[in-house]
Design a protein around this ligand. Structure first.
Ligand SMILES: *Cc1c(COP(=O)(O)O)cnc(C)c1O
Length: 222
């Protein structure tokens, strides 16, 4: 898809989400499109803001801090999602800046986020990130450790709304999406952050409530 025209790219992605949702007998507005703007400058982001897009994703706290305060002032109503791995020593900055954190994956981070939320009296929604393909280098909690992590997160008063995962590259994503959906159901969690540019329609058919789409909206990252 050409992304010379970001507004057209946005409309195309929205239409595909609506179609996939309809196939699964879901309402299009049950899916939040997160425009992943990591590495992209403000000039690339503004056309989407002008077109009405309000959910954006970044993977680095520092980069988001440099870009978003000014954009937020200019375009009220932005919800900022942290989709990348988070170091415990950045937990405070993340809590202050982001509205949703998708990468809660270990007890030490739960502790740091809990403290930061108490201190700032601000509680961003959280997804627990699951290492769905057994690839520890990507981050994510091992499936076997998830019940314990969920209990710790609840004890620390983190508002856990669902599960997030990034399936292995170069494989069929659908079985991993289905597995994540099953694990979420087993734990009574409603939200599912899954699906990227290459597979968000599949993810929506399998129950994604949040898709994280970068390249299909902004073009490739250098
Ligand atoms: C970069 C990134 C995305 C977006 O990926 P695209 O393939 O460009 O859509 C989604 N999720 C996470 C966790 C990412 O780091």
């Amino acid at each position: 898809m050409s992304t010379d025209d970001p507004t057209a790219a946005l409309a195309a992605v929205q239409a595909k989400i609506a179609h996939a949702a309809a196939l699964a007998d879901r309402k299009p507005d049950s899916v939040t499109l997160i425009a992943v703007s990591k590495t992209k400058p403000a000039e690339a982001i503004e056309p989407l803001l002008i077109a009405g897009q309000r959910a954006f994703g970044e993977n680095r706290v520092q980069e988001a801090h440099a870009k978003w305060p000014a954009l937020r002032d200019a375009y009220p109503g932005v919800a900022l999602h942290l989709v990348g791995q988070l170091q415990s020593n950045k937990a405070e900055d993340a809590v202050a800046l982001f509205d949703v954190i998708h990468s809660v994956d270990r007890p030490s981070l739960v502790t740091a986020l809990g403290r930061a939320m108490d201190k700032h009296d601000r509680r961003p929604d959280c997804f627990l990130q699951v290492d769905i393909g057994d690839e520890p280098q990507k981050g994510g909690c091992p499936i076997a450790d998830l019940p314990a992590l969920l209990a710790e997160a609840r004890a620390a008063a983190l508002p856990v709304i669902g599960l997030m995962a990034v399936p292995p590259l170069e494989t069929e994503a659908a079985p991993y999406f289905a597995l994540l959906a099953k694990i979420a159901r087993d734990h009574g969690l409603d939200a599912l952050s899954m699906g990227m540019s290459g597979d968000y329609e599949t993810a929506v058919m399998l129950g994604a409530t949040h898709v994280r789409v970068g390249t299909a909206l902004f073009g490739s990252r250098s």
